[in-house]
Design a protein around this ligand. Structure first.
Ligand code: GSH
Length: 204
């Protein structure tokens, strides 16, 4: 199996953390996002979206990080991705991550990391808007985590890896985590899982 990735990408780090957690043998290839390698024809041939991560396993090519998490977890008999109806609870949180949580934090990443890289000032209106969205969605996860140790119950699943990676931006993006006690407790727990530290933003 070969994973096309970039360490600065949260969607890649969630995959990387799972690979470590499961002890899978996966070859990795860094795609240089700064130089635009993801928009070159050879890369577009494996992902027409021009984005990382992409997993290639023989004739199977998968893009979308949450689909890759499911595929990788299926390689092992693991409670991270059980073969029963519990799976739909896990999918629920992964769709939620892609539709709500990731977009909110991504907007903050755009302002706190990418705007300065482009030499522009962070836009306070965008930050305020994204923080409002973050608070709305964080409250949902916080409510769940008041009654369960992990997002879908007492044991971790791939949904925890998917959602938690965004909290690696707590300091850089000034996420108001102090307002979300249960989410904060869970984020600490997820980091202490095998592979959990791979969710953190690498220090430059
Ligand atoms: N929904 C996709 C998002 C993938 C994505 O946005 N990847 C970013 C890095 S986190 C990327 O490749 N950006 C480069 C670009 O858009 O040119 C997933 O979960 O895999």
């Amino acid at each position: 199996m070969k994973l096309y990735e970039n360490p600065l990408s949260p969607n890649c780090r969630k995959v990387h953390a799972l690979v470590q957690h499961l002890g899978l043998q996966v070859e990795t290839q860094t795609v240089n996002l700064q130089s635009g390698a993801q928009k070159e024809p050879d890369f577009l041939a494996i992902n027409p979206n021009g984005k990382v991560p992409v997993l290639v396993d023989g004739k199977t090519t998968i893009w979308e990080s949450n689909a890759i998490l499911s595929y990788l977890a299926s390689q092992k008999d693991t409670t991270l991705w059980p073969k029963n109806n519990e799976r739909y609870q896990i999918m629920k949180w992964m769709y939620w991550e892609a539709n709500h949580f990731a977009p909110a934090v991504s907007k903050l990443v755009g302002q706190y990391i990418f705007a300065p890289m482009r030499g522009s000032q962070p836009d306070q209106a965008i930050i305020e808007d994204a923080l409002k969205a973050f608070r709305t969605h964080a409250a949902v996860a916080n409510g769940q985590l008041e009654s369960t140790k992990f997002l879908t119950g007492e044991t971790p699943t791939i949904a925890d890896f998917s959602v938690a990676v965004w909290l690696g931006y707590t300091d850089i993006c000034k996420l108001p985590m102090a307002e979300f006690k249960h989410l904060s407790r869970w984020w600490t727990d997820v980091q202490s899982l095998p592979g959990g530290k791979a969710l953190l933003v690498p220090k430059s």
